[in-house]
Write a protein of this length. Structure first.
Length: 109
């Protein structure tokens, strides 16, 4: 997963990718760190998936822009539109199932 640190780069990545996985974490959150590794392993299975993460302290604007109320938060965006959101204790099976559903759509990637 790519590490992006400003809102402009995040918005450009979302605009470029047909299907994007966006992980948002807090700096002192142990759950955030553990889940980043797990979500990263899922993202690595799909090389065509645009995947990146950021820390809320690196780009405070994203909290309001993406309505992030807690960490960790994972967003799956298709053509710039949110199609999945998970927060706190993320259901990894559900996340991977959702990724597979959208990747299987004709012309998704």
């Amino acid at each position: 997963m790519e590490h992006l640190t400003n809102i402009r780069d995040i918005e450009q990545a979302i605009a470029r990718g047909r299907l994007c996985l966006f992980y948002i974490k807090s700096p002192y959150c142990t759950v955030c760190k553990a889940m980043l590794d797990k979500v990263g392993k899922i993202a690595d299975k799909y090389p065509s998936l645009c995947s990146f993460y950021t820390d809320v302290t690196e780009e405070p604007l994203l909290v309001g822009h993406f309505l992030v109320y807690s960490g960790p938060t994972v967003l799956l965006l298709m053509n710039g539109k949110e199609v999945y959101r998970g927060a706190n204790f993320i259901n990894l099976e559900e996340l991977e199932r959702t990724i597979n559903q959208y990747l299987s759509l004709k012309g998704a990637i």
